[in-house]
Design a protein around this ligand. Structure first.
Ligand code: ATP
Ligand code: MG
Length: 392
């Protein structure tokens, strides 16, 4: 089996039975239900979305997958383009005649209606497309209408082709940052409101969103003032459990023998059950062509991985945090379980900053509170990397 640092589905996808069963069953049912998936970085959200997509498509359900991070520049206009393009592509096989959104964009204004008529679409679908095209071509500046028509296109195509569909928006909280016009006015939140209103009335289209920062996702989905409050089922994606790690090992490294249970437990602990870490360490074990592994060998491999890939893998974590947050993290990495007061003494920062930092780091999902005054890393490999950095 080949290792991957990208999201996986199909062959390389292991575990997650409960999540997948629920998602596929509910999303293919007649129930009016959508989901919001949260989970720390690299826990496997995108993979779950893609595996769900694959299985739903097998059942004849149309799935439109969009990652907000692929919208570059992050403007409403670009979003409209990407959404329309993805929608048409997803429905392609069910259309009377094949076409691409780009075809519509290059057809002259006058010819557009004839072009659309020839495609034998329903009147609502044709009208949705016409509105989106004229907006993207800057012939109209009614952005709200254009967005409304872009989302309605999915529901109207579903009705026209008599299919159920699912719109999946990955990295959903970033939608809030989309801007509009020459002044880069933020209007993402308006779009999110609109999405909510529209989905309330959609009969054939369901919505699934996903995001990694619990805080921002909560603002949109869980809090009582949030636009999607009580509209979506909330599911937190958890680390692999021991059974899933066993499954991962069997699938990816089936010839590898563990010299004892202790070594396996250590692998479980150091990876924190995060699939990305398993891919990272697994590819090294494969590269070294190891047949057998004990604790000593495992810690050697961890060192090699941190040396080779640590910076690339964890830089992103330290880029968006303040110097005192880093100090707190380093303190916790050096002495796991240290209380806030002791962190303050050990790292020479005042107690207020320590508590503040702990709070912010918790919101970012980098650490979790296990009980009063006691914090743990959500990713032990990251903690190991910080420790390793301090030794350099
Ligand atoms: N079920 C799985 N089986 C095997 N590998 C997996 C699984 N889920 C995730 N992975 C691996 O873990 C890594 C992260 O996966 P993925 O991109 O799906 O996570 P994510 O939560 O979407 O991450 P991000 O926060 O960066 O968006 C990838 O290397 C992927 O191959
Ligand atoms: Mg992802």
């Amino acid at each position: 089996m080949s290792f991957s640092l990208y999201s996986v589905s199909g062959q390389g996808f292991v575990g997650r039975d409960e999540n997948i069963t629920e998602l596929v069953k509910q999303l293919s049912s007649k129930n009016k239900i959508g989901f919001s998936l949260s989970g720390i970085r690299r826990i496997g959200k995108t993979s779950i979305l893609k595996e769900t997509k694959r299985l739903l498509e097998k059942k004849g359900i149309i799935v439109i997958y969009i990652s907000v991070w692929s919208i570059v520049p992050s403007t409403v206009d670009e979003f409209a383009k990407i959404l329309n393009r993805a929608t048409i592509l997803a429905f392609e096989k069910k259309l009377p005649k094949k076409f691409k959104f780009e075809h519509l964009l290059v057809t002259g204004t006058k010819a557009l209606q004839t072009f659309l008529q020839n495609l034998k679409l329903s009147t609502t679908v044709a009208a949705d497309l016409e509105a989106s095209v004229s907006y993207v071509r800057k012939e109209s500046d009614d952005v709200e209408n254009a967005m409304k028509k872009s989302f309605s296109l999915i529901e109207d195509l579903s009705r026209m082709t008599k299919t159920q569909s699912v719109l999946v928006i990955d990295e959903f909280p970033s939608l809030a940052d989309l801007t509009y016009g020459t002044k880069n006015q933020k209007m993402g939140l308006q779009i999110i409101q609109l999405l909510r209103t529209l989905f309330e009335d959609f009969k054939l289209t369901k919505l699934v969103v996903s995001g990694s920062f619990r805080d921002t996702l909560e603002n949109l989905v869980t809090k009582s003032k949030a636009p999607f409050y009580k509209q979506l089922l909330l599911r937190e994606i958890m680390p692999f459990n021991k059974k899933e790690i066993e499954e991962f090992l069997k699938h990816y490294l089936h010839t590898l023998k563990f010299s004892d249970e202790d070594t396996k437990n250590e692998l479980y602990k150091i990876t924190s059950g995060i699939p990305y870490n398993l891919q990272l360490i697994g590819k090294e074990i494969q590269y070294l062509e190891l047949k057998k592994i004990d604790r000593k060998k495992l810690s050697e491999i961890i060192k090699i991985v941190l040396q080779k890939d640590g910076e690339q893998s964890f830089k992103e974590f330290t880029e968006n945090i303040s110097p005192s947050e880093i100090k707190v993290l380093k303190g916790l990495a050096k002495s796991p379980g240290l209380s806030p007061i002791d962190i303050s003494k050990q790292e020479f920062i005042d107690e207020n900053s320590v508590n503040n930092s702990l709070n912010l780091l918790g919101k970012k999902g980098i650490i979790k509170k296990v009980k009063r005054g006691r914090y743990e890393f959500t990713d032990n490999l990251f903690s190991e990397w910080l420790k390793y950095q301090s030794l350099l």
